[in-house]
Write a protein that binds this ligand. Sequence first.
Ligand code: PMP
Length: 407
Amino acid sequence: LNTLNIDNIRAEFPILDQDINGKKLVYFDNAATTQKPQVVIDAISNYYTGYNSNIHRGVHHLAEKATSAFELSRKTIKEFINAESTEEIIFTYGTTDGINLVAQTYGRSFLKAGDEIIISTMEHHSNIVPWQMLCEEKGCVLKVIPINDEGDILFDEYKKLLSEKTKIVSVVYASNALGTVNPIAEIIEEAHKVGAVTLVDAAQAMSHIDIDVQALDIDFLCFSAHKLYGPTGMGALYGKKELLNKMPPWRGGGEMIKEVTFEKTTYNELPYKFEAGTPNIADVIGITAAIDYVNKLGKKNIADYENELLEYATERFEAISGLKIIGRAKVKVSVLSFVIDGIHPQDIGVLLDQQGIAIRTGHHCTQPLMQRLDLVGTSRASFAVYNTKGEIDRMVEGIEKAKRFLL
Ligand code: PMP
């Protein structure tokens, strides 16, 4: 059972120790962004107080110190996802940025009219819109894997969509709206049979699931640090070296060049070819602290504990009359979406906030999924390693109170 000391863990997250509307904060909006432990806050603040400096070209002490801390993050990410080399890790401002990079470079260069891109019904807007923009420009066709009412993709339907026309399969590993964990290894295997490249949106999966990009044979993977106890506006794109090498750069500017003349510019090597301009150095450094933190707790321990919370919450929520859980996939991360008969999801969110409980309501940036499920939105509680069963009890009481007030 749970081997983590949750009281100690909670003490490492200073934000948790506060009252909201006169009640102790319960933070259940972790799928939107997780809170940050002190070690991450310190890593960022130490950079600014101790060695703020621009990276890579500096010859002075601070620039060297900043560069090595920055590059250490690349190595930390490489090891975290078991990439073959640090050249395959491109810093981005998050999952959204990574997907756009692939669409705008790989997509624009190698796809042509009539080529097909496959996504799933449960994609976040960030894994829909960049492909639609590409399709509009190039005349490609977007195909969507259907799901059942429980929120599992229909694998046989996916297989039927695949053909020699399929060039990209881009699928979310774990759904932020339903919690569904997709059978990513099988999805990739089938995509490769028709010669398509694969992109995995690992925004939600990173903090819950061990990901080995080589074992899974992933071509591209995107994630955001802020859902992994790290800073916002920072993430990485993993890409297989041979793919990244043949892709043109995207943003032009400093850092990404080898030599510039007015007549012609040559580009830098991987990974710098895709990193134009001065990056978000402090937050890149913060990711090392976040990953070290997750590694210290152990991803499996974190996942086991979160699953325990999910099971407990599922059981307790099932007992609330009029409440329906949305997302009954076979394998889930700790996301619990629900609706209550006769109550708008937003009203639940507002009334819980009055009791100091932070959840998310709405479409969760998955409007097509909501349309498929015939919902305007859901209320969503999502759990992280610092949450407790006591907090879930408080939420259940909160929902009962909201129901008495609204119904
Ligand atoms: N995909 C999924 C599954 C997500 O949950 C999110 C964030 N809600 C994103 C993509 C986008 O991440 P970001 O906003 O950090 O770019």
